[in-house]
Design a protein around this ligand. Structure first.
Ligand SMILES: [Ca+2]
Length: 415
């Protein structure tokens, strides 16, 4: 089976088209492969693992590789963004993008980048912080409301904060920006903010927070009285949403949806089940994909498949414990999974309900085939671009749009 990737660079003029083809002897015999029955070959990861830990179940890591058979086209729309961090689709087909330093911009589906949008509260852009994830109201076409996550300076350090505001008609400003939620306690750290946000099916916000990456705050992932290392579910005014799970423990916060996370930088709702899925930066060898049900404890830092970056064991060095959820999938070595989305389009039918995850250190987009809540195939896309993929979304046109730390936005669509 041969397929062609065209890389089109658009800078007002079409400058170049680079075409390449690749022989794939493993897929020749399968016509119209379905997402639930991919033709798999050797795992895409070929480097040695960092640990000798064993997966809890078959298919929890290094599943067979798959290869997209539909010819698809990769278009570089722009290289002029500055450290974009979050991307979401607007109803008219344009993309709303955050930049780490504290700006938002609107990018057309053709790659034209707007002036910065003003009116956004100051962010602390040090370290891993800044203007982070973004989403818009389900009724954005009429209410024009934007919701975003950022790292905020507060007494005692910084917090992961959530704000909202209305995109003014001229699209050059956010009006009445208001901070609606802060993930306390503050920490003297500029790392592990989490930072993704989306609307669930009930009109409430799901937000991921990190454990702030120091040994003092790390255990707070397991504390129900603090909001670090959690998924929280809040109203559009920032209060705890109705129907949240109840966690046992003194001072349990009513906004908690799940606990035991390290640094979750990707969240998405499964297209058919509606359940929340999540990507999480783990320690060395312990990056995870999780299916996050309400009330769940995802284990950090008690259980993990990784070790400290210095090589030491974490905690008791255990990978399972009663009452703690197993990741659906993990990567060792890590790929640094960031923003992610399920593909719901019909442009490339074999991608239906697949999970696409941006990889930072991995410098690719991971395509995960998921069958009955298990990963059954893995592919690495855009590996030749040399980019740290920070976030991606599906456009209203059914294409995927991805942003990179290097300031690029790509469109990935049927040829
Ligand atoms: Ca975990």
């Amino acid at each position: 089976m041969k397929y062609t990737i065209q890389l089109t660079v658009i800078t007002g003029l079409m400058l170049s088209i680079i075409a390449c083809s690749e022989a794939d002897s493993t897929s020749d015999t399968t016509q119209n492969p379905t997402p639930s029955n991919p033709t798999t070959s050797n795992p895409v990861e070929t480097n040695p693992a960092n640990t000798s830990y064993k997966p809890t179940f078959s298919g929890q890591t290094r599943v067979g590789g798959v290869k997209t058979t539909t010819p698809y086209k990769v278009t570089l729309l722009t290289s002029s963004l500055s450290a974009p961090w979050g991307i979401t689709s607007l109803p008219d087909g344009r993309l709303l993008v955050t930049e780490k330093s504290g700006r938002m911009r609107i990018v057309t589906a053709g790659g034209t980048v707007s002036v910065p949008i003003t009116g956004i509260p100051t962010v602390n852009a040090g370290g891993q912080g800044g203007l982070l994830g973004v989403c818009v109201s389900p009724s954005f076409a009429t209410d024009r409301m934007v919701y975003w996550v950022f790292s905020e300076n507060v007494t005692g350090g910084t917090v992961t904060a959530v704000a909202k505001g209305k995109l003014a008609m001229g699209e050059t400003a956010i009006e009445n920006a208001t901070v609606i939620y802060r993930a306390n306690p503050a920490a003297n750290s500029t790392l592990h903010y989490g930072g993704r946000i989306l609307f669930d099916k009930t009109g409430h916000l799901l937000v991921s927070t990190g454990e702030r990456s120091n040994l003092a705050t790390r255990p707070l992932s397991q504390s129900v009285s603090g909001a670090l290392g959690k998924i929280v579910r809040i109203t559009t005014d920032g209060g705890p949403a109705s129907g949240n799970p109840t966690f046992n423990g003194t001072g349990a916060l009513p906004e908690l949806f799940s606990i035991g996370h390290r640094n979750p930088q990707g969240i998405a709702l499964h297209p058919t089940t509606g359940e929340l899925w999540q990507s999480e930066h783990g320690p060395r060898g312990g990056d995870e994909i999780n299916r996050v049900l309400p009330g769940a404890n995802h284990g950090w830092p008690t259980i993990t498949y990784g070790i400290e970056y210095g090589g030491q064991t974490i905690g008791s060095g255990i990978q399972q414990q009663n009452g703690m959820e197993q990741p659906v999938y993990y990567w060792d070595p890590v790929i640094s999974p960031s923003g992610m989305t399920f593909y719901k389009g019909n442009r490339i039918p074999e991608w239906q309900n697949n999970l696409f995850v941006g990889a930072l250190s991995g410098q690719h987009i991971a395509r995960l085939v998921i069958t009955n809540n298990k990963v059954t195939g893995e592919e690495r896309l855009l590996t030749s671009e040399g980019q740290r993929f920070r976030d991606l979304t599906q456009g209203t046109d059914g294409a995927l749009y991805a942003i990179t730390d290097g300031g690029r936005m790509y469109k990935i669509d049927k040829e």
